[in-house]
Ligand binder design. Structure first.
Ligand code: AKB
Length: 313
């Protein structure tokens, strides 16, 4: 059967790059982008303005395009959800139910839903955090992602829904800006370094977090979705590891490329969120089950970011 894909939240940080890559692989007409907002950039394929919380609208878009797979990327991220806890919970959970129920009813065949390192909390082991461990998230976003993981597994076990998920670390890319996350600094720092040769970081200089370069994240997402179902042994969400670094370490990497770059620190409430998260992730299961392997280390990622952002200036 031809894959007919709907990407919900296509104008966001992941959506922008995922749609581009999926269209290369599946064909432009087979990947419908959708977002609650009108797109800011010209679309090179089908687009639908869609509020995922509106079940009727979602169903009519799915029917119109004969969709059989949904990538659900719409969410409030960690920092924004702390400011709007009730809406964060409503959007992050009800969007998932609306999509999982389409799969339960057999209207669509496959679902991708992103989880996050935010499912872990202060009581979780911080180094090489294992797949199965203590999970006591302290943010609205983390609580919604952990609950979502449990529901994904439940829908798989009870209703045989083919749902797949990754616990993304902080994502870094040059094609679009992140919005409302705690790890956003690791993108902003490059923009400010190139523009002003200076950056004030909202995290502590030693606040190490798990991160990943976008080409790795997109490859992981599509590999997981394309893997034969029998290889997917975890139906909650897979740990996924790339690079771990602190603001101080990424700043010194940037300095190698932009020698007069200066960083200063003004930690705010996002540093408290970051403090509750792991420093590094053990992704043994993803490697063993469906052959995941990251390609980018800190210096390769930083060089590529600087090269590509310089071309955009
Ligand atoms: C955030 O910072 O909220 C996200 C995430 C780690 O899921 N980038």
């Amino acid at each position: 059967m031809q894959d007919k894909i709907l990407v919900i939240g296509s104008s966001g940080q992941i959506g922008t790059e995922l749609v581009e890559e999926l269209r290369k692989i599946k064909g432009i007409e087979n990947v419908v982008a959708s977002d609650i907002k009108e797109p800011q950039i010209a679309q090179n394929g089908p687009f639908e303005q869609l509020d995922v919380l509106n079940k009727e609208q979602l169903l009519s878009v799915v029917k119109k395009h004969n969709t059989n797979q949904i990538y659900l990327l719409a969410a409030l991220l960690s920092a924004t959800a702390e400011k709007h806890p009730e809406f964060g919970w409503e959007l992050n959970m009800n969007s998932l139910f609306n999509v999982l129920n389409l799969a339960k009813e057999g209207i669509i065949q496959k679902v991708y839903w992103p989880s996050s390192i935010a499912v872990f909390g202060p009581t979780t082991p911080k180094q090489h955090t294992p797949q199965h461990t203590i999970m006591e998230p302290t943010t609205v976003y983390g609580i919604s992602k952990l609950a979502g993981e449990r529901w994904c597994e439940y829908y798989h076990n009870k209703y045989n829904v083919d749902v797949r998920s990754l616990r993304y670390p902080g994502l870094i890319g040059y094609k679009s800006l992140p919005g409302g996350g705690t790890t956003d600094y690791a993108v902003d720092i490059f923009h400010q370094a190139l523009k002003n040769k200076a950056y004030t970081c909202f995290l502590d200089e030693n606040r190490t977090l798990p991160m990943m370069y976008m080409p790795d994240a997109i490859r992981a997402t599509i590999s997981l979705m394309e893997a034969p179902a029998e290889q997917i042994k975890i139906r909650s969400s897979y740990n996924l590891a790339g690079i771990s670094f602190s603001p101080k370490e990424i700043a010194s990497e940037i300095e190698k490329n932009i020698p007069d770059f200066k960083i200063s620190y003004a930690p705010d409430e996002r540093d408290l969120i970051a403090q509750s998260w792991p420093e590094s992730i053990d992704d043994t299961e993803a490697r063993e089950h469906w052959g995941w392997k990251n390609e980018y280390d800190l210096s390769k990622m930083a060089q590529d970011m600087i090269l590509n952002l310089s071309k955009q200036k």
